[in-house]
Write a protein that binds this ligand. Structure first.
Ligand SMILES: Nc1ncnc2c1ncn2[C@@H]1O[C@H](COP(=O)(O)OP(=O)(O)OP(=O)(O)O)[C@@H](O)[C@H]1O
Ligand SMILES: [Mg+2]
Length: 249
């Protein structure tokens, strides 16, 4: 009885802490939005002054980082939130995520971004916000693995699974530091990180979101050569949601 009571207490305390974390996260988000808006306005005013413009870019990329950490925390604390599914085009989503990460790409030294998109559009039935969180986490990991520069290649394709269903494949390949065989078994664990400023939630969230979409995430890596993350998601089929129209043509 005592053990059960202690467990119930602990669960209650954790739930209260979670609620508080959600409140704090939302409180931080509002002023953060203002900082980003004003920094980007200032950046436009400083078109002529390269040095000052650069400082603004640093502010913007810092804000984006904080925002991403908050999104991951919220997704981790409230995994029970049901995804808002709709028909979307993966190439548009990837282009949006790359645009979002542009500041970070520009402020990192010597990063080349190459995209090889399949000719056929990748129509997916998914939650646009969650899927862009997947891309953003994988793009951030790739950039952070290449502090001295390198190449990030994002390529997409379509393959068939064992049952003949079509699967969209999105590959994020970097030429960064790679992952040691020892760490490979831990990278999806929540809070596992090898970074000074990492929270270790990025890949745990990627795993949860791809799973919620009926997909998978695979990672191949060799140390000091680079890493490739492959996200596989079922392509949209009329049976998934007949009444939904594609979000954008
Ligand atoms: N592309 C990559 N190249 C090299 N190592 C990687 C790569 N992606 C992930 N890792 C390793 O996996 C660990 C866990 O990644 P994850 O994204 O979950 O957390 P993080 O990046 O450390 O922190 P967070 O994403 O929460 O800011 C990283 O700390 C890093 O050691
Ligand atoms: Mg990460």
């Amino acid at each position: 009885m005592k053990k059960l009571e202690a467990q119930a207490n602990r669960a209650g305390r954790l739930a209260a802490m979670g609620e508080m974390a959600v409140k704090i996260a939302h409180e931080i988000r509002n002023p953060l939005g203002s900082i980003e808006l004003f920094a980007s306005l200032l950046q436009k005013e400083l078109e002529e002054n390269v040095d000052l413009k650069m400082l603004c870019e640093h502010i913007c990329s810092g804000v984006k980082r904080i925002n991403n950490i908050i999104s991951n925390l919220l997704l981790f604390i409230r995994p029970e939130q049901t995804p808002e599914m709709q028909v979307l085009y993966m190439h548009e989503s990837l282009t949006d995520s790359l645009f979002f990460a542009e500041h970070l790409i520009n402020t990192n030294t010597g990063i080349d971004v190459v995209t090889h998109f399949a000719e056929r559009p990748l129509k997916i039935y998914g939650d646009p916000h969650l899927l862009s969180q997947v891309s953003l986490n994988l793009i951030l990991n790739a950039l952070q693995a290449m502090p001295d520069g390198g190449q990030l290649t994002i390529s997409t394709g379509i393959r068939k699974d064992l049952h003949g269903s079509e699967i969209a494949e999105i590959r994020y390949a970097d030429t960064g530091c790679g992952i040691s065989p020892d760490n490979m078994s831990k990278i999806f664990d929540p809070f596992f990180t090898t970074k000074k400023k990492g929270t270790g939630l990025g890949l745990a969230i990627v795993h949860n979101i791809t799973k919620a979409h009926g997909g998978t995430i695979d990672i191949n890596s060799s140390e000091s050569q680079g890493t490739e993350c492959i996200v596989s998601l079922p392509l949209w089929q009329p049976a998934m949601n007949a009444q939904d129209k594609p979000q954008r043509e």
